[in-house]
Write a protein that binds this ligand. Structure first.
Ligand code: BES
Ligand code: MN
Ligand code: MN
Length: 469
């Protein structure tokens, strides 16, 4: 069990109100990375983060990129101690549909012990737990027990494109050294996921990867009268539906040729462990508002979410969307879709298989365009490391309960690159809840989980020093 200096614990308690009000400051900035209309706000959020690091006395760097800024900070060197790289993001998903928010998305409000705002849990609130724990250490104790580096970006929700370029060395001149040297560390820590449930803290040891696509079919040069031309001119919306229908069978199995070739079977022990987690199918259905669960036959809901790849259409457009009817053969139709990938599936191979399927399926009379967007591999991290042991102790101290081990279906695109380019594993320590409405209206984060996250993080720095040497 880790023991914190009394002064650090006291500093965290004394700063409770200040932590909350500073989180609110950041939440008031609508830093939507996907929408160019908000790029000034993403920039302001980056400045807020870098100013906070400077205020803590950290060596801070503000990296300007072709898209959104990246903020780096380093604590004073503690010779011989391990180095932890904390990654997080200050960008958020768009807030729409706005009319479904009970309180406005960028006007943080506490109700029933929860902070409601876009970005509360994903990821401003969770990310700041590590900033504030570090501040408490430095303010009250004067130094940290380990070396800390922060890497906080503004484009995670759009696939971490600039960060991938930074990792590839594109911004070494701004860094003043190679990115490998700048980010050299023993382990990465990320709080950008969830606990297993209320009162059930967790360590996440796996994430799915992702690859995104947009397919557009072009028909006649403009919308046509469907009475005059319908039946003789092929309809791109009709055709797109048939193309997309070829991607999945009625039971949720993906039909992209070769899609499952590299998917590894779940081990019996993992399967058994997951069966022993306190999961209720009814609560799950209630939470998301469905009459029945769905998915590949032979797999449980947890297995489908954590260990199986998917194809989901995220949005589909084409034809008339306004009030009333309009009888036309539309000029074009498009679909945005993503595949969630599991470890050992190669995003490039999947992209090629999708191209091939589209090629075969789109009727010759249409011109089509397939855009392949951001991609990232799935990951699993080893459980038998001293870092895992440190995380276990820190969470137990902060949340008053030992964590369970889980995987998650979400993606954090840069994690696979931390392994590939820096050679290090990532600890995914999520303080959120599955019903926090991430990416949905009324996103929230529990005030208590925010506070417990700060305490757990403060313990983590000590536990890393204790376990790793
Ligand atoms: N924090 C999430 C990822 C996540 C969600 C991890 C739930 C574990 C559990 C992250 O901000 C996110 O939303 N990622 C995107 C990545 C995509 C836009 C490239 C995702 O998973 O859709
Ligand atoms: Mn996130
Ligand atoms: Mn997100």
């Amino acid at each position: 069990m880790t023991v914190l200096p009394q002064s650090v614990t006291e500093a965290i308690t004394a700063q409770r109100d200040s932590h909350l009000s500073r989180l609110f400051e950041l939440l008031r900035i609508p830093s939507v990375s996907a929408d160019p209309g908000f790029s000034q706000d993403v920039y302001r959020a980056a400045k807020w983060v870098s100013t906070t690091f400077e205020g803590m006395g950290l060596k801070t760097q503000f990296v300007k990129t072709a898209t959104h800024p990246i903020v780096l900070a380093e604590s004073p060197i503690v010779p011989g101690a391990p180095t932890v790289l904390v990654y997080g993001h200050f960008d958020v998903q768009p807030a729409d549909p706005l009319e479904e928010w009970i309180s406005p998305p960028y006007d943080p409000t506490v109700r029933d012990g929860n902070i409601y705002a876009r970005g509360a849990t994903d990821d401003k609130g969770q990310m700041l737990t590590h900033v504030f724990s570090t501040e408490a250490w430095l303010k009250s104790h004067g130094k940290l027990p380990i070396n800390l580096k922060f890497l906080i970006e503004g484009e995670e929700e759009s696939g971490s494109v600039a960060l991938a370029q930074l990792m590839a060395g594109k911004y070494n001149d701004q860094l003043g050294c190679s990115v490998e040297e700048k980010l050299a560390c023993d382990v990465v820590v990320i709080s950008d996921s969830s606990q297993f449930g209320p009162g059930i803290p967790a360590i996440t040891y796996g994430l799915r990867g992702i690859i995104s696509f947009e397919l557009t079919l072009f028909g006649p040069k403009q919308d046509l009268h469907s009475g005059t031309f319908g039946g003789a001119v092929a309809n791109p919306v009709n055709a797109l539906m048939r193309v997309m229908a070829a991607f999945q069978d009625d039971y949720g199995k993906v039909l992209i040729p070769g899609f499952y070739d590299d998917v590894e079977d779940l081990s019996e022990s993992e399967r058994t462990q997951w069966q022993n987690l306190p999961f209720s199918e009814d609560d799950f259905m209630q939470q998301v508002g469905i009459r029945a669960t769905f998915g590949e036959p032979g797999y449980s809901t947890i297995e489908r979410c954590w260990s199986r790849p998917t194809m989901d259409i995220n949005g589909i457009t084409g034809g008339y969307q306004g009030e009333g009817g309009k009888t036309i053969v539309p000029a074009k139709a498009s679909a945005k879709f993503t595949c969630r990938l599991v470890p050992n599936q190669d995003p490039v191979k999947i992209a090629n298989a999708v191209k091939q399927l589209v090629q075969v399926r789109v009727p010759q009379m249409f011109t089509h365009k397939l855009k392949v967007g951001h991609a990232a591999s799935g990951i699993v991290v080893p459980l038998d490391s001293p870092y895992m042991a440190a995380a276990h102790d820190a969470i137990t101290a902060g949340f008053g309960k030992a964590p369970v081990l889980i995987r998650s279906g979400g993606s954090i695109p840069i994690v696979s690159q931390f392994k590939e380019r820096l050679g290090v594993d990532t600890l995914l320590l999520g303080w959120g809840q599955n019903d926090d409405n991430t990416h949905s209206p009324n996103e929230k984060f529990s005030v208590e989980d925010f506070h417990r996250g700060i305490v757990a993080s403060a313990h983590l720095w000590q536990a890393m020093a204790d376990h790793v040497s």
